[in-house]
Design a protein around this ligand. Structure first.
Ligand SMILES: [Zn+2]
Length: 69
């Protein structure tokens, strides 16, 4: 549970095992953050309590109109 001090950004975390940056894992159905997954050593750190809360995302996913290529 070595989270950085309240930066408000929990989208990434530091892997407690290899100190690499781990990426958040979200449960879109429950709108919760499940935890962080390290792509280097495959360690999964579970989110607890308020860490599971996903901040309101105002940014819409970018949809490219058209589609050439
Ligand atoms: Zn790791």
């Amino acid at each position: 549970m070595s989270l950085p001090p309240a930066t408000g950004d929990l989208s990434t975390n530091v892997c407690p095992k290899c100190k690499a940056t781990s990426e958040e894992v979200l449960n879109m159905q429950e709108k919760k953050r499940v935890g962080w997954y390290c792509l280097k050593c495959y360690y999964f750190e579970e989110a607890i309590l308020r860490e599971t809360v996903i901040p309101k995302v105002t940014k819409q996913p970018t949809v490219e109109a058209g589609g050439g290529e």
